[in-house]
Design a protein around this ligand. Structure first.
Ligand SMILES: *Cc1c(COP(=O)(O)O)cnc(C)c1O
Length: 370
Protein backbone atom coordinates (compact mmCIF):
# COMPACT_ATOMS: atom_id res chain seq x y z
CA UNK A 1 0.00 0.00 0.00
CA UNK A 2 1.36 3.43 -0.94
CA UNK A 3 0.92 5.90 1.92
CA UNK A 4 0.00 9.22 0.31
CA UNK A 5 -1.65 11.03 3.22
CA UNK A 6 -0.36 14.52 4.09
CA UNK A 7 0.86 13.23 7.40
CA UNK A 8 1.89 10.77 8.48
CA UNK A 9 4.23 10.34 5.52
CA UNK A 10 6.32 7.22 4.79
CA UNK A 11 9.59 6.80 6.69
CA UNK A 12 12.50 5.91 4.34
CA UNK A 13 14.11 2.48 4.86
CA UNK A 14 17.55 3.86 5.82
CA UNK A 15 15.90 6.02 8.51
CA UNK A 16 14.00 3.04 9.92
CA UNK A 17 17.27 1.13 10.03
CA UNK A 18 19.04 3.99 11.82
CA UNK A 19 16.29 4.01 14.46
CA UNK A 20 16.45 0.24 15.00
CA UNK A 21 19.69 0.32 17.01
CA UNK A 22 19.88 -0.28 20.77
CA UNK A 23 18.43 2.49 22.94
CA UNK A 24 21.02 5.13 23.66
CA UNK A 25 21.14 6.89 27.02
CA UNK A 26 20.30 10.56 26.56
CA UNK A 27 22.82 11.90 29.11
CA UNK A 28 25.94 10.66 27.32
CA UNK A 29 28.61 12.31 25.15
CA UNK A 30 27.57 9.93 22.30
CA UNK A 31 24.00 11.20 22.25
CA UNK A 32 25.03 14.82 22.83
CA UNK A 33 27.17 14.62 19.69
CA UNK A 34 24.14 13.44 17.70
CA UNK A 35 22.01 16.18 19.27
CA UNK A 36 24.57 18.84 18.33
CA UNK A 37 24.75 17.70 14.70
CA UNK A 38 20.95 17.57 14.44
CA UNK A 39 20.69 21.07 15.93
CA UNK A 40 23.10 22.41 13.30
CA UNK A 41 20.93 20.98 10.54
CA UNK A 42 17.84 22.50 12.15
CA UNK A 43 19.41 25.97 12.20
CA UNK A 44 20.01 25.59 8.48
CA UNK A 45 16.47 24.32 7.85
CA UNK A 46 14.60 26.92 9.92
CA UNK A 47 16.95 29.91 9.48
CA UNK A 48 16.04 31.18 12.97
CA UNK A 49 18.27 32.42 15.82
CA UNK A 50 17.44 29.47 18.10
CA UNK A 51 15.93 26.00 17.74
CA UNK A 52 14.24 23.75 20.29
CA UNK A 53 13.20 20.11 19.98
CA UNK A 54 10.33 18.78 22.12
CA UNK A 55 9.17 15.22 22.74
CA UNK A 56 5.57 15.80 21.69
CA UNK A 57 3.36 15.72 18.64
CA UNK A 58 3.05 18.99 16.73
CA UNK A 59 0.31 20.28 19.00
CA UNK A 60 2.78 20.30 21.90
CA UNK A 61 4.94 22.83 20.06
CA UNK A 62 1.81 24.88 19.21
CA UNK A 63 0.91 25.02 22.90
CA UNK A 64 4.50 25.80 23.93
CA UNK A 65 4.56 28.71 21.45
CA UNK A 66 1.23 30.11 22.61
CA UNK A 67 1.86 29.96 26.36
CA UNK A 68 5.41 31.31 26.12
CA UNK A 69 4.84 34.00 23.48
CA UNK A 70 1.33 35.22 24.22
CA UNK A 71 0.82 36.89 27.58
CA UNK A 72 -2.48 38.63 26.92
CA UNK A 73 -4.64 37.90 23.86
CA UNK A 74 -4.01 35.62 20.88
CA UNK A 75 -5.36 36.37 17.43
CA UNK A 76 -5.71 33.08 15.56
CA UNK A 77 -6.45 32.51 11.90
CA UNK A 78 -9.08 29.83 11.46
CA UNK A 79 -9.39 28.51 7.92
CA UNK A 80 -9.35 24.93 9.11
CA UNK A 81 -8.94 22.51 11.96
CA UNK A 82 -5.35 23.40 12.83
CA UNK A 83 -5.97 27.14 12.87
CA UNK A 84 -9.00 26.57 15.09
CA UNK A 85 -6.76 24.60 17.47
CA UNK A 86 -4.64 27.68 18.26
CA UNK A 87 -7.75 29.46 19.60
CA UNK A 88 -8.63 26.44 21.75
CA UNK A 89 -5.09 26.35 23.13
CA UNK A 90 -5.30 30.05 24.07
CA UNK A 91 -8.70 29.69 25.80
CA UNK A 92 -7.75 26.56 27.69
CA UNK A 93 -4.69 28.36 29.06
CA UNK A 94 -6.76 31.31 30.26
CA UNK A 95 -5.54 33.66 27.55
CA UNK A 96 -7.75 36.05 25.63
CA UNK A 97 -8.71 34.78 22.20
CA UNK A 98 -9.82 36.55 19.01
CA UNK A 99 -10.39 34.62 15.80
CA UNK A 100 -10.59 35.44 12.11
CA UNK A 101 -12.67 32.67 10.59
CA UNK A 102 -12.98 31.84 6.91
CA UNK A 103 -14.13 28.88 4.82
CA UNK A 104 -11.40 26.22 4.58
CA UNK A 105 -10.57 27.12 0.97
CA UNK A 106 -10.00 30.80 1.76
CA UNK A 107 -6.68 32.33 2.83
CA UNK A 108 -6.75 35.04 5.49
CA UNK A 109 -6.53 38.58 4.14
CA UNK A 110 -3.75 40.82 5.42
CA UNK A 111 -6.31 43.65 5.76
CA UNK A 112 -8.45 41.63 8.17
CA UNK A 113 -5.40 41.00 10.37
CA UNK A 114 -4.48 44.70 10.40
CA UNK A 115 -8.10 45.62 11.18
CA UNK A 116 -8.17 43.17 14.11
CA UNK A 117 -4.98 44.46 15.75
CA UNK A 118 -6.13 48.05 15.34
CA UNK A 119 -9.47 47.32 17.01
CA UNK A 120 -8.01 45.25 19.86
CA UNK A 121 -4.81 46.50 21.47
CA UNK A 122 -4.75 43.48 23.84
CA UNK A 123 -3.58 41.25 20.99
CA UNK A 124 0.10 40.50 21.64
CA UNK A 125 0.51 37.43 19.43
CA UNK A 126 -0.86 36.12 16.14
CA UNK A 127 -0.96 32.42 15.28
CA UNK A 128 -1.39 31.18 11.74
CA UNK A 129 -0.62 28.11 9.65
CA UNK A 130 1.81 28.51 6.77
CA UNK A 131 0.04 25.56 5.17
CA UNK A 132 -3.38 24.78 6.70
CA UNK A 133 -3.56 21.03 6.24
CA UNK A 134 -7.34 20.77 6.70
CA UNK A 135 -7.87 22.01 3.13
CA UNK A 136 -4.32 22.21 1.76
CA UNK A 137 -4.38 26.00 1.90
CA UNK A 138 -1.39 28.40 1.81
CA UNK A 139 -1.84 31.53 3.97
CA UNK A 140 0.09 34.73 3.08
CA UNK A 141 2.13 34.43 6.27
CA UNK A 142 5.20 36.40 5.20
CA UNK A 143 3.09 39.34 3.95
CA UNK A 144 0.90 39.48 7.03
CA UNK A 145 3.91 39.23 9.33
CA UNK A 146 5.59 42.14 7.54
CA UNK A 147 2.44 44.28 7.70
CA UNK A 148 1.95 43.56 11.42
CA UNK A 149 5.58 44.33 12.31
CA UNK A 150 5.33 47.69 10.51
CA UNK A 151 2.47 48.61 12.84
CA UNK A 152 3.66 46.96 16.06
CA UNK A 153 6.93 44.99 16.17
CA UNK A 154 6.08 43.70 19.66
CA UNK A 155 3.24 41.52 18.41
CA UNK A 156 4.60 37.98 18.18
CA UNK A 157 4.07 36.07 14.95
CA UNK A 158 3.70 32.34 15.53
CA UNK A 159 3.77 30.41 12.25
CA UNK A 160 2.77 26.75 12.23
CA UNK A 161 4.94 25.29 9.50
CA UNK A 162 4.23 21.64 10.26
CA UNK A 163 3.29 21.01 6.60
CA UNK A 164 5.56 23.76 5.23
CA UNK A 165 9.00 23.41 6.83
CA UNK A 166 10.94 21.05 4.55
CA UNK A 167 8.44 21.67 1.75
CA UNK A 168 9.28 25.21 0.69
CA UNK A 169 11.57 28.05 1.69
CA UNK A 170 9.89 30.28 4.28
CA UNK A 171 11.10 33.85 4.81
CA UNK A 172 11.41 34.16 8.59
CA UNK A 173 12.45 37.84 8.63
CA UNK A 174 9.21 38.88 10.36
CA UNK A 175 8.29 35.55 11.94
CA UNK A 176 9.16 35.12 15.62
CA UNK A 177 8.39 31.43 15.95
CA UNK A 178 8.25 28.76 13.25
CA UNK A 179 6.95 25.31 14.18
CA UNK A 180 7.75 21.95 12.57
CA UNK A 181 6.70 18.38 13.36
CA UNK A 182 8.25 15.00 12.70
CA UNK A 183 5.54 13.06 10.87
CA UNK A 184 4.86 15.37 7.92
CA UNK A 185 7.57 16.85 5.67
CA UNK A 186 10.32 15.46 7.90
CA UNK A 187 9.30 11.87 7.06
CA UNK A 188 9.63 10.50 10.62
CA UNK A 189 7.24 8.68 12.92
CA UNK A 190 5.15 11.04 15.12
CA UNK A 191 6.43 12.28 18.48
CA UNK A 192 9.00 15.01 17.86
CA UNK A 193 8.16 18.69 17.43
CA UNK A 194 10.49 21.58 16.70
CA UNK A 195 10.37 25.32 17.29
CA UNK A 196 12.55 27.87 15.54
CA UNK A 197 12.75 31.09 17.55
CA UNK A 198 14.07 34.52 16.66
CA UNK A 199 15.73 36.84 19.18
CA UNK A 200 12.55 38.89 19.71
CA UNK A 201 10.77 35.73 20.75
CA UNK A 202 13.57 34.70 23.11
CA UNK A 203 13.36 38.10 24.76
CA UNK A 204 9.61 37.79 25.23
CA UNK A 205 9.92 34.26 26.61
CA UNK A 206 12.06 35.59 29.47
CA UNK A 207 11.88 33.08 32.30
CA UNK A 208 9.31 31.07 30.34
CA UNK A 209 5.82 29.82 31.13
CA UNK A 210 4.51 26.38 31.99
CA UNK A 211 6.51 23.43 33.24
CA UNK A 212 7.09 20.74 30.60
CA UNK A 213 6.57 23.25 27.81
CA UNK A 214 8.70 25.98 29.38
CA UNK A 215 10.81 27.19 26.47
CA UNK A 216 13.32 29.07 28.66
CA UNK A 217 14.43 25.89 30.42
CA UNK A 218 14.61 24.02 27.10
CA UNK A 219 16.68 26.76 25.45
CA UNK A 220 19.08 26.72 28.39
CA UNK A 221 19.57 22.94 28.18
CA UNK A 222 19.55 22.61 24.41
CA UNK A 223 22.29 25.22 24.00
CA UNK A 224 24.37 22.66 25.91
CA UNK A 225 23.22 19.87 23.57
CA UNK A 226 20.94 18.24 26.08
CA UNK A 227 17.25 18.51 27.01
CA UNK A 228 15.44 19.49 30.22
CA UNK A 229 13.62 16.11 30.28
CA UNK A 230 14.30 12.82 28.51
CA UNK A 231 14.94 13.50 24.83
CA UNK A 232 13.12 11.57 22.09
CA UNK A 233 16.47 9.92 21.33
CA UNK A 234 15.25 7.51 18.65
CA UNK A 235 13.45 10.21 16.70
CA UNK A 236 16.42 12.59 16.92
CA UNK A 237 18.69 9.84 15.59
CA UNK A 238 16.14 9.40 12.79
CA UNK A 239 16.06 13.14 12.12
CA UNK A 240 19.82 13.24 11.67
CA UNK A 241 19.50 10.40 9.17
CA UNK A 242 16.73 12.35 7.36
CA UNK A 243 19.07 15.32 6.99
CA UNK A 244 21.74 12.98 5.59
CA UNK A 245 19.20 11.60 3.11
CA UNK A 246 18.17 15.10 2.01
CA UNK A 247 21.79 16.07 1.54
CA UNK A 248 22.72 12.97 -0.40
CA UNK A 249 19.73 13.45 -2.70
CA UNK A 250 20.91 16.93 -3.66
CA UNK A 251 20.16 19.19 -0.68
CA UNK A 252 17.30 21.34 0.58
CA UNK A 253 17.05 23.70 -2.41
CA UNK A 254 16.66 20.72 -4.73
CA UNK A 255 14.01 19.24 -2.44
CA UNK A 256 12.06 22.55 -2.49
CA UNK A 257 12.31 22.82 -6.27
CA UNK A 258 11.28 19.22 -6.80
CA UNK A 259 8.35 19.51 -4.39
CA UNK A 260 7.11 22.65 -6.17
CA UNK A 261 7.41 20.94 -9.55
CA UNK A 262 5.66 17.80 -8.24
CA UNK A 263 2.84 19.96 -6.84
CA UNK A 264 2.45 21.76 -10.15
CA UNK A 265 2.44 18.49 -12.11
CA UNK A 266 -0.10 16.77 -9.83
CA UNK A 267 -2.44 19.77 -9.90
CA UNK A 268 -2.28 20.07 -13.70
CA UNK A 269 -2.73 16.33 -14.26
CA UNK A 270 -5.83 16.13 -12.07
CA UNK A 271 -7.34 19.29 -13.57
CA UNK A 272 -6.71 17.79 -17.02
CA UNK A 273 -9.04 14.89 -16.15
CA UNK A 274 -11.76 17.26 -15.00
CA UNK A 275 -11.14 17.44 -11.25
CA UNK A 276 -11.30 20.62 -9.21
CA UNK A 277 -8.61 21.82 -6.81
CA UNK A 278 -10.28 22.94 -3.57
CA UNK A 279 -8.25 25.79 -2.04
CA UNK A 280 -7.99 29.25 -3.63
CA UNK A 281 -4.28 29.31 -2.84
CA UNK A 282 -2.99 25.71 -2.77
CA UNK A 283 0.01 24.92 -0.57
CA UNK A 284 2.74 22.81 -2.21
CA UNK A 285 2.45 20.26 0.63
CA UNK A 286 -0.61 18.52 -0.80
CA UNK A 287 -3.23 18.57 -3.54
CA UNK A 288 -6.79 18.77 -2.25
CA UNK A 289 -9.63 17.86 -4.60
CA UNK A 290 -13.27 18.60 -3.80
CA UNK A 291 -15.66 16.23 -5.51
CA UNK A 292 -19.13 14.75 -5.02
CA UNK A 293 -17.59 11.27 -5.31
CA UNK A 294 -14.66 12.03 -2.97
CA UNK A 295 -15.46 9.13 -0.61
CA UNK A 296 -15.90 6.63 -3.43
CA UNK A 297 -12.72 7.80 -5.15
CA UNK A 298 -10.76 7.48 -1.93
CA UNK A 299 -12.08 3.99 -1.18
CA UNK A 300 -11.46 2.75 -4.73
CA UNK A 301 -7.93 4.16 -4.72
CA UNK A 302 -7.27 2.08 -1.64
CA UNK A 303 -9.13 -1.12 -2.55
CA UNK A 304 -8.33 -1.34 -6.25
CA UNK A 305 -5.02 0.48 -6.65
CA UNK A 306 -3.28 0.28 -3.24
CA UNK A 307 -3.09 4.05 -2.81
CA UNK A 308 -3.95 5.52 0.59
CA UNK A 309 -4.93 9.21 0.44
CA UNK A 310 -6.59 11.30 3.17
CA UNK A 311 -10.21 12.43 3.29
CA UNK A 312 -11.69 15.54 4.87
CA UNK A 313 -12.67 16.34 8.44
CA UNK A 314 -15.75 17.96 9.99
CA UNK A 315 -17.99 19.59 7.33
CA UNK A 316 -15.63 18.44 4.58
CA UNK A 317 -15.92 14.76 5.52
CA UNK A 318 -16.72 12.84 2.32
CA UNK A 319 -16.35 16.00 0.23
CA UNK A 320 -12.60 16.21 -0.39
CA UNK A 321 -9.55 14.01 -0.70
CA UNK A 322 -5.96 15.10 -0.07
CA UNK A 323 -2.83 13.73 -1.75
CA UNK A 324 0.54 14.18 -0.08
CA UNK A 325 3.41 15.89 -1.86
CA UNK A 326 5.81 16.26 1.09
CA UNK A 327 9.13 14.50 1.46
CA UNK A 328 11.47 12.55 -0.78
CA UNK A 329 8.84 10.91 -2.97
CA UNK A 330 9.91 8.44 -5.68
CA UNK A 331 8.51 9.89 -8.90
CA UNK A 332 7.22 6.51 -10.12
CA UNK A 333 4.94 6.40 -7.06
CA UNK A 334 3.55 9.86 -7.77
CA UNK A 335 2.82 8.94 -11.40
CA UNK A 336 1.02 5.81 -10.22
CA UNK A 337 -1.15 7.94 -7.91
CA UNK A 338 -2.41 10.31 -10.62
CA UNK A 339 -2.84 7.38 -13.01
CA UNK A 340 -4.89 5.55 -10.38
CA UNK A 341 -7.17 8.54 -9.92
CA UNK A 342 -7.81 8.51 -13.67
CA UNK A 343 -8.52 4.76 -13.60
CA UNK A 344 -11.01 5.31 -10.76
CA UNK A 345 -12.85 7.99 -12.76
CA UNK A 346 -13.18 5.55 -15.63
CA UNK A 347 -14.52 2.84 -13.29
CA UNK A 348 -17.07 5.37 -12.08
CA UNK A 349 -18.05 6.01 -15.73
CA UNK A 350 -17.12 9.63 -15.39
CA UNK A 351 -14.50 9.62 -18.10
CA UNK A 352 -13.04 7.25 -20.68
CA UNK A 353 -9.49 6.25 -19.69
CA UNK A 354 -6.84 7.60 -22.08
CA UNK A 355 -3.77 8.10 -19.90
CA UNK A 356 -4.10 11.89 -19.76
CA UNK A 357 -3.20 12.23 -16.06
CA UNK A 358 0.15 10.46 -16.25
CA UNK A 359 0.90 12.07 -19.64
CA UNK A 360 0.36 15.59 -18.27
CA UNK A 361 2.31 14.76 -15.11
CA UNK A 362 5.29 13.44 -17.10
CA UNK A 363 5.28 16.36 -19.53
CA UNK A 364 5.53 18.84 -16.67
CA UNK A 365 7.77 16.92 -14.32
CA UNK A 366 10.25 15.70 -16.93
CA UNK A 367 9.77 18.72 -19.22
CA UNK A 368 9.14 16.55 -22.29
CA UNK A 369 6.69 16.56 -25.17
CA UNK A 370 3.64 18.85 -24.98
C1 LIG B 1 -0.42 17.69 11.69
C2 LIG B 1 -0.48 19.13 11.95
C3 LIG B 1 -0.38 19.65 13.26
C4 LIG B 1 -0.08 18.86 14.50
O1 LIG B 1 -0.79 17.78 14.74
P1 LIG B 1 -0.28 16.65 15.76
O2 LIG B 1 -1.31 15.62 15.54
O3 LIG B 1 -0.30 17.22 17.12
O4 LIG B 1 1.11 16.27 15.33
C5 LIG B 1 -0.44 21.01 13.40
N1 LIG B 1 -0.57 21.83 12.37
C6 LIG B 1 -0.65 21.39 11.11
C7 LIG B 1 -0.77 22.37 9.99
C8 LIG B 1 -0.61 20.02 10.85
O5 LIG B 1 -0.69 19.58 9.59
Amino acid sequence: MLLFTPGPTPVPQNVRNAMADETMHHRTPEFEAIFEKTRKHLFNLLQTDEVVMLSSSGTGAMEAAVINLCHNTLLNVNSGKFGERFGKIASSNGLGSVEIKNEWDTPVSVESIIEAIKVNSDIDAIAVQVSESAGGLRHPVEELAKAVKEINPNIMIIADGITAVGVEKIDVTNIDCLIAGSQKALMLPPGLSILGLNNNAIEKIGAGKGYYLNLASEIKSQRKNTTAYTAATTLIIGLLEIFDSIESSGGLEKLYDETALRAKAVKASLEAIGLHVYPETPAPSMTTIDDKDASKIRNMLKEDFSVNVAGGQDHLKGKIFRINQMGLIPVYEMVWVVNSVELVLSKLDRRKYDGTASKVFNEIFFKVGA
